[in-house]
Design a protein around this ligand. Structure first.
Ligand SMILES: [Zn+2]
Length: 263
């Protein structure tokens, strides 16, 4: 079934900016996403074209300059730059967590670390990765998840994943299931919510691989509804070499607090 869809789409690649799809908006938290929800299988299929030649051509047509900029996408240089920006923000919180819990070392899970290298590095941080971005067979990094004694981490980070998933709340719950009580959750996503006025006037954003259009409010609301005690949810600007200029992002940081959750 999956393969048949693939064949069909090879002829009509769904990355054209001219294709519109229906969106749904939550008026309370401003969560904007395709509606109805796109299923995981469909998403795997959708992303199977990621960065192939046809994709690059299609993307260049609505992001002028992507052919040039795209060359540094996922490069070591870009990863280094991003890691430094990430460390500058996160390391002070990790140091504080380590001190206040009297720990020599802390464990960190990078959920969806496929982009590679965007993990804070220090000799007192031990890092694991769960890859979530492709539809191939589970790799070595994933295998530990299925072990009966699932490892629970001090810190779970999830960078630039939530904007790609069909059900952000479920993904957030999955992150939490890997985190200790009192541990830290860090979520980072691009800010792409266009604002209520734009939506009211029919100016909906293009749905490319970022299917969810998120904002400070929607990330805050997502964390709160998963019983995460908010430390801070704020905006920042990140330099991705493969994008022109700085990219506004949400940094969402919280502490896992299951005290109020019924088992
Ligand atoms: Zn909502």
């Amino acid at each position: 079934m999956h393969r048949q869809i693939d064949k069909l789409r090879r002829k009509t690649l769904l990355t054209s900016s001219s294709i519109t799809i229906p969106y749904g908006l939550c008026e309370y938290c401003h969560f904007l996403a395709p509606w109805y929800e796109i299923a995981d299988d469909q998403l795997r299929d959708y992303y199977s074209f990621y960065l192939d030649n046809e994709y690059k051509q299609a993307r260049s047509s609505f992001q002028p300059g992507f052919t040039e900029l795209g060359k540094v996408m996922g490069s070591a240089k870009e990863a280094n730059l991003r890691r430094h920006q990430h460390e500058n923000y996160l390391i002070p919180f990790l140091e504080n967590y380590r001190k206040s819990n009297g720990l020599e070392k802390i464990t960190l899970l990078d959920y969806g670390g496929g982009e590679g290298g965007i993990q804070p590095k220090a000799d007192w941080i031990s890092t694991s990765i769960i890859e979530v971005s492709n539809d191939n067979e589970p790799n070595d990094n994933q295998s530990f998840e299925s072990r009966s004694n699932k490892q629970i981490f001090d810190v779970v980070q999830c960078l630039h994943v939530i904007e790609h998933v069909g059900h952000p709340l479920n993904t957030c719950r999955s992150l939490l299931s890997h985190c200790k009580e009192g541990g830290l959750i860090y979520i980072e996503v691009p800010i792409e919510f266009p604002g209520l006025e734009a939506i009211a006037s029919g100016k909906l954003p293009i749905c490319h691989e970022h299917i969810n259009k998120l904002s400070i409010l929607s990330i805050q609301s997502m964390l709160e509804s998963c019983d995460v005690e908010i430390i801070e949810v704020r905006s920042d600007d990140i330099n991705f070499l493969h994008l022109d200029g700085l990219t506004p992002v949400v940094r969402g940081l919280g502490r896992v607090s299951r005290r109020n959750t019924k088992a």
